[in-house]
Design a binder for this molecule. Structure first.
Ligand SMILES: Cc1cc2nc3c(=O)[nH]c(=O)nc-3n(C[C@H](O)[C@H](O)[C@H](O)COP(=O)(O)OP(=O)(O)OC[C@H]3O[C@@H](n4cnc5c(N)ncnc54)[C@H](O)[C@@H]3O)c2cc1C
Ligand code: FES
Ligand code: FES
Length: 1342
């Protein structure tokens, strides 16, 4: 046995140029925790642990002694076992630059181009770009988008990150795209003139002047010691023994075979991107792992007479490069399979996973949705297999893919290489896939198809069709293919093929993954596309013999995705009359931008461990509604390191938390009301032990009835929270009597996950004196955490202090649940007398915390034939989950904002919160408006369709007049709304583009374009005076430096930066003289929650007030010495015993709402805007592309245009995700399936509109607010629905062409599934449909 022969080895690798020797390398340890906890390099972040988010990106460099080359590649540290790093050099964000030494140009540019907001994704972004530049110092835009495809950002909307990257491209100011002959520098795009407004100045948000140049000679060199080791060290098998696991790294092929023979069940781990997630998320355990990373034979690249042989350990990125190279060199007819593989390698995962994952690992994993296996199978590839018994070849076919014992590997065999044959003349291979998102998303269905004709004829001699995603493994439509042999390639054959394949590739209604009808449709849609592709090639080969496709059918063949992006931003720079040093109105970089980019910005889990710190892990309910029969802690308590387990029983008298007056248990005791409800908390001396023990807690449940999950079920069971809300204006019933037409409808809108990049994090530290407790927590509401902890510990609030330096994204999700979890964590710390840390894993976070409320909107609308809406009767139902949380406020805001920009003279809107057995839904950016607004806009769209008018016409007709009144009788001046609307129309060349869209649609049958413009009125205010009060504290020190603090939380929106701008303006001192350390209940007590777009508004007023108080006090001193410095004045004040510290206070905006009367003044002001989006859809697959978006916003006088534009575009992209791709899947038992980035798709870089234009209206005065600025955190999210309506428009065009003129009902999100199924055609008609009720679906819309 290898371990007997080889004693445990020392692990040696380099991190950032420093040698790391690990004597006790544990194969279970991944690089990410090793970097963060052991090496204290906390710049690399945890975002998901499964390779899906890119937050943990590092660069790995390896030297190959045979080729003498160094390979640098990006990798996800969360999936790299440290044992795999022997001899490698790891570079983390700390290794490329820091503020203490020199920052790297990538770090500088991403910060200065405003590519960071909360900053949590930034180190990963930096490392992806850095690695790209190490390999390609002047990358192309294609390479850029590829490099960032595996990095998610929830804040920025990616545009500024793209801009930062583009500064490294050869021609920085050009998209370098010549797609369709159009480049961003071309003045006319789509032959349409660009909008130019003479009055506007468009200064750049950043200046490239002074950017540090990229100097490759300055980079860290590959450690010479590692090179020498690779060249000279005797090759011996290395073995690492962990606590439970052994890692064997053989030195030769012979030893590898011996190791495999000795441990036949041990996986052969290369990239660990398949084994790693199984271990982490599915609880699979392997006592032994074999690593073939040093076996040269597994890296072979050999060109044979028949094709290409590729070593099993080559990474997918290497395979991609090799194929691209061969395709260039070989004739087209020989490279059909290679081209198909290359196509899928372009979208498979992100660049990190492609660089880690191996070809062999991919093939051997045989994932049901593998992109490559269907292609390798149709390409007749064979596998070269080796064991101690000898070598053999296995065909990569259906039997192998279904693990049929006769055709499978024997446990002791390993895969050495893969033979990919050249294609032959008259042989054609195609690759198809459709996913929820174009890039870095597993396919819903994919396929490989191959046909071979006899020379010069169109008779099918061979046909091979494989599908992924439609069965438990990759499947082959073998019988269908056999039956089609000998048939000519024509339409009759296609029809027959579709029928045969549908019969053979049958998918039950209850199939895992759901989307059954969509999948069935894709199966034949791909077949149709293959038919068209091949027909087109045949036509090209012999134009006389083969008839051409009708022009409009050719559109099926074009790929709609473009990798190039460009943007135009227009805003007015600061008032020229301003003092030169006054930073207000300037695009000042985020205060922490550089620290985000260097990894120096400290988030909660970056704080060093406190002495004897413990870790807390929650056990949550696995049932949606059940009685807890028993909780057995015995086994968990016996595990090493476990200190305590807290259950509801330990919380006698304190097991209740009241948020906004609604009580909720901290830990469930007798009954659970949702899957994911907290049941107990395990405390252990390490994270690993706490998580392991949590899995051993045994809870016995007895299911209870009723089980209510969906809004429909709640309505049936009359399961609602009280009170209901209603708003009435005019006389709806009377109005219905006089209208020309009435229509009734409904729209369902799914929920949304916050997906802040930093998961819920907290650290409770008992101070050891006077029962004091400090809580460091990632929250938007420190005061609530303080209250929750104080109540649980039965302490006065003055003993509990809550501190927040920054939050890695929150969006409303770090308020109520955070308080509950912090209270339990603090209780554990209090009980144990030790600090306790609790950091949720992504899956736990998504399961426990809830998100945006799903909504059902029902409407009855009365209107005139000219489009005027006279009566609207609406009902909103929100799915609140099992506790009320903020749901009442959400429906209230939904009702108050549902009018959007329209004057409905007679309106009735009622709203109810459904009580269901789901985790409690809560605040999420926009707070009810994104749902209510969509319902209203859908209604308007339907009215327009009924009247035969364009939606924009009906929108304009019903828009508020300049001075008007809202349904709650608050006055509204909508002058700037009309301005935004008009400017957006003009800027987007709306009517010209509409005509061009219509032309396109007339010419293309399978692709349709859609255009939509949507207006926005977002009322700002919190509905109560008390909720808007804010406080600040400003100290001047004797050296003249200033420390400011306030009640607002920095969660990416840049509030601290704005506050320093305020201090700088007020005290007339440079921003560099002002410091802000964070937010704490110790410095500013009783601060309100940070949210509702008003954090800078309110706290800025308080900061301003504090500064003015100070100035007033110091006025006599300053006037005595007007030329003095702040140091002089501070000193003089001190000598005269004048306080240099002041609090500032803002009472909040006057605000009231009387729900009984249905009137009030709940809002202080309105943010107006408009967005126009153009999309293209693929009617065959449901795919869509965002071609262009134009946004015009009225932001008052921007305090910081860079931050404000950042909020607008970040919110827009988040909204676009909400309305188009973000889809939560729940099982019929109420279990959330979508618990990480691999299942839940937020927008990635591929989703950013190809063209993005943002324009801010010229500054307008709004005297009540801080320097006439407006709150912009939430409003633009709604504008994402312009993409929804553009898709709606495109789908309508498709339907009309297909003769479907009835009303079009489309729910949100408008995913590929919904788009495809709405574009009804002969394929959607051909598929079998299941009788509702005849099967149990995999998922249900809640
Ligand atoms: C975030 C993420 C996104 C992804 N997206 C996609 C996608 O879009 N499309 C897609 O198709 N796939 C996708 N994948 C799956 C990915 O392609 C596979 O996980 C990967 O190719 C496996 O390669 P690996 O080297 O990491 O395998 P490992 O995890 O190292 O090993 C996997 C299996 O292969 C076996 N094995 C490996 N090498 C050999 C050998 N030489 N001989 C015998 N057995 C061997 C091992 O025993 C093990 O059982 C994604 C994965 C992740 C984590
Ligand atoms: S934490 Fe590694 S990819 Fe998300
Ligand atoms: S800045 Fe990218 S996630 Fe916050």
């Amino acid at each position: 046995m290898a371990s007997a022969l080889h004693p445990a080895a020392e692990l040696l690798f380099y991190v950032n140029g420093h040698k790391v020797i690990e004597k006790k390398a544990d194969p279970e340890t991944m690089l990410l925790p090793y970097l963060r906890k052991k090496l204290r390099l906390t710049g690399t972040k945890y975002g998901c642990g499964g390779g899906g988010c890119g937050a943990c990106t590092v660069m790995i460099s390896r030297y190959n002694p045979v080729t003498k080359k160094i390979r640098h590649y990006p990798a996800n540290a969360c999936l790299i076992p440290i044992c795999s790093l022997y001899g490698a050099a790891v570079t983390t964000v700390e290794g490329i630059g820091s503020t203490h030494t020199r920052i790297h140009p990538v770090q500088e540019r991403i910060a200065k181009c405003h590519g960071t907001q909360c900053g949590f994704c930034t180190p990963g972004m930096v490392m992806s770009i850095y690695t790209l530049l190490r390999n390609h110092p002047e990358p192309s835009p294609d390479q850029l988008t590829d490099a960032l495809g595996g990095n998610l950002c929830r804040c920025t909307g990616y545009r500024p990150i793209i801009d930062a990257c583009k500064t490294f491209c050869k021609t920085t100011d050009c998209c370098q795209s010549k797609e369709n002959g159009i480049c961003c520098l071309d003045q006319e795009i789509n032959e349409l003139p660009e909008f130019e407004d003479e009055d506007k100045t468009s200064p750049k948000l950043f200046s490239e002047e002074g950017f540090l140049p990229l100097d490759p000679t300055q980079e860290l060199i590959f450690p010479p010691e590692l090179m020498m080791m690779a060249e000279k060290q005797p090759q011996r098998t290395r073995v690492f023994h962990g606590e439970r696991m052994k890692w064997i790294s053989p030195a030769s092929l012979k030893e590898l075979l011996e190791a495999k023979a000795a441990h036949p069940q041990a996986p052969v781990v290369v990239g660990n991107t398949s084994v790693g997630p199984e271990v982490k998320f599915k609880g699979v355990f392997h006592p032994v792992i074999i690593s073939p990373d040093r076996i040269e034979e597994l890296f072979v690249v050999s060109h044979t007479y028949n094709g290409l042989t590729l070593g099993a350990s080559l990474s997918l990125a290497q395979v991609k490069d090799i194929l691209a190279d061969v395709i260039l060199k070989q004739p087209e007819e020989k490279t059909q399979t290679f081209c198909a593989l290359l196509k899928h390698l372009g979208t498979l995962a992100g660049s990190q996973i492609r660089s880690m994952a191996s070809l062999g690992g991919h093939i051997m994993s045989r994932h049901l949705d593998s992109d490559l296996n269907p292609l390798l199978a149709v390409g007749n590839c064979t596998l070269n297999v080796l064991s101690k018994e000898g070598e053999r070849q296995i065909p990569l076919n259906e039997q192998f893919l279904s693990k049929c014992p006769k055709a499978d590997f024997k446990p002791e065999e390993i895969l050495v290489s893969v033979n990919i044959p050249y294609s032959r003349k008259w042989e054609f291979v195609s690759a198809f896939r459709q996913a929820q998102r174009q890039q870095n998303a597993l396919a819903i269905v994919n396929s490989g198809m191959r046909v071979f004709f006899g020379e010069g004829e169109d008779i099918i001699r061979e046909l091979s069709i494989y599908y992924g995603g439609v069965g438990p493994t990759t499947i082959c439509a073998k019988t269908s293919c056999q039956k089609l042999i000998g048939r000519p390639w024509n339409k009759e054959m296609l029809d027959e093929a579709c029928r045969l394949v549908l019969d053979e590739v049958s998918l039950p209604g209850s199939a895992p993954g759901g989307r059954v009808e969509f999948k069935r449709t894709l199966v034949i849609s791909f077949l149709f596309r293959f038919y068209l592709e091949v027909s087109q090639i045949l036509k090209k080969m012999d134009p006389v013999r083969y008839s051409s496709l009708a022009d409009k059918y050719e559109s099926a063949l074009e790929d709609i995705h473009s990798r190039h992006h460009w943007s135009i931003l227009k805003y007015q720079d600061a008032d020229p009359r301003q003092l030169p040093q006054d930073p207000v109105g300037h695009p000042v970089m985020h205060l922490s931008g550089i620290k985000h980019a260097t990894g120096e910005a400290i988030y909660c889990d970056d704080m060093p461990a406190v002495d004897q710190e413990l870790f807390l892990s929650f056990v949550t309910s696995s049932r949606a509604h059940a009685k807890i029969v028993s909780i057995d802690l015995s086994e968990a308590l016996t595990l090493p390191g476990v200190v305590d387990i807290i259950t509801g029983e330990h919380l006698d008298g304190i097991n209740i938390m009241s948020f906004l007056g609604d009580p909720e248990a901290l830990l469930a005791t007798d009954e659970v009301f949702c899957v994911g409800q907290l049941v107990c908390a395990v405390i252990a001396d390490s994270e690993v032990q706490a998580r392991r023990a949590a899995k051993r807690v045994k809870i016995v449940y007895e299911d209870l009835k009723p089980l209510i999950l969906t809004i429909e079920e709640a309505i049936q069971h009359n399961s609602f929270f009280e009170p209901e809300r209603k708003l009435e204006y005019g006389n709806v019933d009377e109005a219905f009597k006089v209208v020309d037409q009435i229509l009734e409808g409904e729209i369902y809108m799914g929920g949304q996950e916050h997906f802040y990049m930093e998961t819920q994090s907290m650290l409770a530290v008992p101070k050891g004196e006077d029962q004091e407790m400090d809580i460091y927590v990632s929250t938007q509401f420190p005061k609530y955490v303080q209250d929750a902890v104080a109540a649980t510990l039965k302490l006065p609030a003055n003993k509990v202090m809550c501190h927040v330096r920054r939050v890695g994204g929150a969006f409303g999700g770090k308020v109520s649940k955070t308080g509950i979890m912090a209270a339990i964590t603090a209780l554990a710390a209090h009980k144990q007398g030790h600090a306790v840390r609790c950091i949720l894993e992504r899956g736990e976070d998504m399961l426990i915390t809830g998100g945006r409320h799903p909504y059902l909107g029902k409407y009855k609308v009365g209107f005139m034939n000219d489009g005027r809406v006279l009566a609207l009767d609406m009902e909103h139902y929100s799915n609140g989950g099992f506790s009320l949380d903020e749901s009442l406020l959400v429906i209230e805001m939904g009702i108050l904002k549902m009018d959007n920009t329209y004057k409905f003279p007679n309106l009735r809107c009622q709203a109810r919160v459904c009580r269901t057995n789901l985790p409690s839904n809560t605040a999420l950016r926009g707070f009810g408006f994104p749902q209510a607004g969509l319902i209203t806009e859908s209604c308007i769209t339907e009215v327009a369709a009924k009247c035969g008018l364009s939606p924009e016409k009906v929108r304009t007709i019903n828009m508020y007049k300049e001075i008007d009144q809202t349904p709650y009788k608050q006055e509204i001046n909508s002058q700037t709304l009309i301005q935004c609307w008009r400017e957006c129309m003009a800027m987007s060349s709306y009517f010209l583009r509409k005509a061009s869209v219509e032309k396109f649609n007339a010419e293309n049958y399978w692709k349709k374009k859609g255009l939509a413009i949507v207006p926005l009125k977002y009322p700002i205010g919190l509905g109560s005076l008390a909720a808007g009060q804010a406080a600040a504290l400003v100290h001047v020190y004797l050296d003249g430096s200033v420390l400011v603090t306030h009640g607002g939380i920095e969660m990416g929106q840049g509030v601290h930066t704005k506050m320093i701008q305020v201090v700088s303006r007020e005290l007339k001192m440079p921003m560099s003289n002002v410091h802000l350390r964070g937010t704490s209940t110790e410095t500013v007590p009783n601060a309100n929650v940070s949210g509702g777009s008003v954090v800078a508004d309110l706290n800025g007023m308080a900061v301003k007030d504090a500064c003015q108080t100070l100035l007033k006090r110091l006025e006599p001193i300053i006037s005595k010495n007007p030329q003095g410095t702040w140091k002089d004045w501070a000193h003089a004040a001190f000598m005269e015993s004048i306080s240099l510290s002041a609090t500032g206070y803002f009472r909040g905006y006057e605000s009231n709402m009387d729900w009984e009367k249905g009137e009030g003044h709940p809002f202080e002001y309105f943010v107006f805007g408009a967005a126009c989006s153009e999309v293209e859809i693929d009617c065959l697959t449901g795919d869509h592309k965002n071609i262009r978006t134009d946004i015009v916003m009225d932001v008052g006088c921007s305090i910081n245009p860079a931050l404000d534009i950042g909020q607008i575009e970040g919110a827009f992209i988040q909204g676009m995700g909400l309305y188009t791709i973000e889809e939560l899947d729940y099982s019929p038992q109420g279990v959330l399936y979508t618990r990480g980035p691999n299942q839940y798709k937020i927008p990635a870089i591929c989703d950013v509109p190809t063209e993005l234009h943002i324009s801010l209206l010229p500054p307008s005065q709004n005297s009540n607010t801080l320097y006439s600025s407006k709150g912009l955190g939430e409003p633009a999210l709604f504008l994402g629905c312009s993409v929804f309506f553009a898709i709606h428009d495109a789908v309508s065009a498709a339907r009309q062409e297909r003769g479907l003129f009835g009303p079009l009902k489309l729910n949100s999100p408008l995913t590929p599934e919904k788009i495809r199924m709405a574009c009804e055609d002969k394929f959607t008609k051909m598929i079998p449909r299941d009788e509702p009720g005849s099967y149990v679906p995999w998922n249900i819309p809640v």
